[in-house]
Design a protein around this ligand. Sequence first.
Ligand code: DAH
Length: 342
Amino acid sequence: MEIMSDILSAELFLPRIAAAADDAALDALEQELFGRKSGVLTMAMKDLPALDPEARKAKAAELNVAKKALEEAFAAKRKTLSAAALGALAQTDALDVTLNLPAKPAGHLHLIPEFIREVEQVFSRMGFVSASGPEVETESNNFNLLNIPPEHAARDAQDSFWVKSGKESKERLVLRTHTSPVQIRFMQSHKPPFRAIFPGKVYRKDADATHSPMFHQFEGLMVGTDVSLANMKAVMITAIRELIDPEAEFRFRTGYFPFVEPGLEVDMRWRGDESKSREGKWLEVVGCGMVHPNVLKNCGIDPEVYQGFAFGFGIERMIMIKHQIPDLRAFYDGDPRFLQQF
Ligand code: DAH
C-alpha cells in the first residue's frame, strides 16, 4: 500500500476538521485518522518498518509533523465548538446559577432590641440573669403586691389599659404599666440571694414627643443579706457609663415610688442642642431604690434577713440621649431613612 503523504493527509483533513459541525463529526474524523485498526495515520505508521532506514527516518519525521498539526487542529476546533455551545446556552437558558451575584443587602435589628441585647450583656457581666414576664398582668401583680395603694393615679382608667374586669384584683387584668410586676413573679419563684433584670414592653395611655402608649423598660432586682444603696449606685453608674457613654452626665435625686424606700430618680443630661430636647436639659431615665419591706413580705421574703434594691430604666429615653433623637415616635414610624442610621 502506498504510504500516504503527511502533507496530503494534513491538507485533506485540516479543512474537514475546520468544517466539522459538532463534536460527533469531530469524533468520526478522529476515528478516520487515528483509529487503531484502519486510521489513515495509524496505517501510515504501520507501514514504516517496510521502508529502508533512510526513507523510514524521513517519513517518520514528516508523519510526526502532520500528526501534531492535526491534533492541534482538533483541540482548537473542540474549543470553538464548546464556546459556541455555551453562547447558545446563554441564549436559551439565561439563568446561570454559577454566577457570583452581588450580596443581597441584609437587614439588622431595630435599635430597641439591639439595645436590649447590650443591656443583657452589660448586666450579665455584673452577675445579673435576664428573665421576662407577661405583658397582660393581674392587677395584683401590677399594683397591689408592689405596695401601690388603691387610690394611686396609675390605677385610673385614664392612665392604664384595662383588659378584663372582675371581683378580685387577681382576676382583673391590665396591660402592665411597668416591668416592676416581674419583680413579684421572680421573688415568688426564687430564693435570695439573686440578681436579675427584666426587659420588655409596657403600656400607658400617653402620647407625645417623649411618651408613647407602648414603650420599653428594663427592671433590675438584687436581693441578698448585705445589699446596700451604695451597691445600687455603683451598679447604676456602671450601667449608664457602659450603655450610653463613659462621660455621660447624670444626677441622683430623691423620688417617690411606693415599692421602694428610700426611692431615687436618675436624670441624664441631654447631649447636644438643648432646644432639640422637648423636656429640657435633664431627662428622667430611671427610678430606683431599696425594695420596700412590704413588697418583700408580699413575696414571702423576710425583710429582717434580706434587703435589696430595684430599678426601672426607660429604654427609649436612654437611646434618645445616646443618639440625640428628639422625638420618641421615630422609633415606631418604621421609616427606613431613620432606622438605617443605626
Ligand atoms: N416602675 C417605675 C415606673 O415605671 C420605675 C421604677 C421606679 C422601677 C423605682 C423600680 C424602682 O424598680 O425601684 O415608673
